[in-house]
Write a new protein. Structure first.
Length: 146
């Protein structure tokens, strides 16, 4: 055989092999007894835990920059919760109430202030927002419970 004939023969064999593999896959896919139930099991998501309370960690003796960020986040959170607040909120200061903040830091560490812990009824962390937060982020964290 010449080199051209060998290349042509290998090309034809490759093409047929791919075609056969494709046919086998389609037969396997169509032979599933309950294709709809398989799709439903993939789509089903566990229900998100509900936010039962919020812990807002700021700093009592903060520099101007941190104070501005903490006050801004507090205003956004207060606005999102309404008056009176729809959820209980504990406000803690990391510099003066470190012992009260420690359990939350063990759940998820604080990397920036403020830290806003959204907690479930079993005190699990549903979400944690830190630093410069937006009203959209707070709304999203609160909607995770619905």
């Amino acid at each position: 055989m010449t080199k051209t004939n060998t290349t042509l023969l290998l090309g034809i064999l490759t093409y047929c092999s791919i075609g056969l593999l494709g046919c086998e896959r389609s037969q396997v896919a169509t032979s599933s007894p309950h294709p709809a139930s398989a799709a439903q099991s993939v789509v089903a998501k566990p229900e998100a835990p509900q936010v039962a309370r919020i812990v807002f960690v700021g700093k009592e003796h903060a520099c101007d920059c941190t104070r501005k960020t903490v006050d801004g986040a507090w205003a956004i959170l207060s606005n999102a919760l309404g008056m009176p607040a729809t959820l209980p909120v504990d406000r803690l200061a990391i510099d003066t109430e470190a012992d009260k903040v420690a359990p939350y830091q063990q759940m998820r560490p604080i990397l920036a202030l403020p830290a806003i812990y959204f907690l479930s009824g079993t005190n699990g962390v549903v979400d944690l927002l830190q630093g410069d937060v937006t009203s959209e982020q707070v709304a999203s964290a609160l909607n995770m419970s619905k």
